[in-house]
Write a protein that binds this ligand. Structure first.
Ligand SMILES: [Cu+2]
Length: 325
């Protein structure tokens, strides 16, 4: 029975790759899912996994299964009949506003945010203190299908390496914000940056190149890799380290991260399919052992426990999918 819905070809959402109907078919189930009551006990959210699944040896595998679970839920709980779209960010790296995914049209996932009263023309990136031009928005999203969306998980903007925030359980509903930053996309998340990922000679370098620059030293771009940059280029809601999946674009971004992992693996499957590096804690603090193929990932009520080896091939175990070109 499982295999009836396992062979999904993921589709992209850029330069007109999904039809108008396919885009609209995705938007309604996303709204539906947002209205579902949580199934996690309230004391267990936001997920304590945040400090395990980033800048660690389980980043790629954890996010793959997470996206898969979400796509399954869209289908089983919200009547979605399509595939999980992915976002080839590099196609709109020069001008984020031109991306049909975030142009504010009725077939997009909404556009830029309003300009807030405390708008500033530059922003400073941590931890390198590089100052770059700000986007044009930063306030509430007021156009497109996700206009006036309320985010329910709190504003947890702690930087990687921080401990679980004290205000994690304070209910502070607020609007979905966006701040499209084409400077960031142009210089940190372009095809050049993707090419750097794909030419990484080993998993250690791939991990370092895709992410923030503290893994464990500056990456080859010198500031941050396209995974982190693609979060930041959409503004704070997408950049909330603890709660970014609330952003409607999150799943499409991480489907693209997953696609890059596959493209990199397929260049040398024999050596890369099951290549691992790192531990199961962010920046290995506190110190934990190196992960291996038998390392278990627990999912609470969302899924059976999985071993890393179950999650490293897109064509094995419960996965059977590929990305369209
Ligand atoms: Cu991410």
């Amino acid at each position: 029975m499982l295999y009836a819905w396992l062979f999904w070809v993921l589709a992209k959402w850029n330069k007109g790759s999904l039809s108008r109907g396919e885009r609209l078919d995705y938007i309604d189930p996303v709204h539906c899912m947002r209205q579902k009551l949580p199934i996690l006990p309230i004391e267990e959210y936001p997920s304590n996994d945040t400090l395990s699944i980033h800048i660690s040896g389980i980043f790629f595998a954890w996010h793959r299964h997470f996206i898969w679970l979400r796509e399954k839920a869209l289908r089983e709980e919200c009547g979605y009949n399509g595939y999980q779209p992915y976002w080839i960010r590099a196609l709109s790296a020069d001008d984020l506003f031109a991306s049909p995914l975030i142009d504010g049209s009725d077939t997009s996932l909404s556009g830029d945010g309003d300009r807030p009263d405390d708008y500033e023309s530059t922003i400073t990136l941590l931890p390198t203190n590089v100052t770059i031009p700000n986007g044009k928005g930063g306030g509430c999203v007021i156009n497109g299908p996700f206009a006036n969306t309320t985010l329910h998980l709190p504003d947890l903007d702690a930087a990687p390496g921080d401990v679980f925030p004290e205000n994690a359980f304070v209910y502070t509903p607020r609007c979905l914000t966006r701040n499209l930053n084409s400077f960031m996309s142009r210089y940190l998340a372009s095809q050049k940056d993707v090419n750097r990922l794909l030419s990484s000679p080993n998993i250690t370098t791939l991990q370092r190149n895709i992410d923030v620059s503290v893994w464990p030293t500056l990456n080859e771009a010198g500031i941050m890799g396209p995974h982190a940059a693609a979060h930041m280029q959409l503004g704070r809601a997408m950049d909330y380290f603890w709660t970014a999946p609330q952003e409607p674009t999150f799943m499409l971004h991480h489907a693209m991260v997953d696609r890059v992992w596959i493209l990199w693996q397929e260049k040398d499957l024999k050596n890369r399919q099951y290549a691992l590096n790192g531990t199961s804690t962010i920046l290995n603090v506190p110190t934990t052992p190196e992960v291996d193929l038998d390392t278990e990932l627990a999912w609470g009520p969302l899924s059976m426990t999985k071993m890393l080896q179950d999650l490293m091939s897109n064509k094995a175990n419960h996965f059977c999918y590929k990305y369209g070109n």
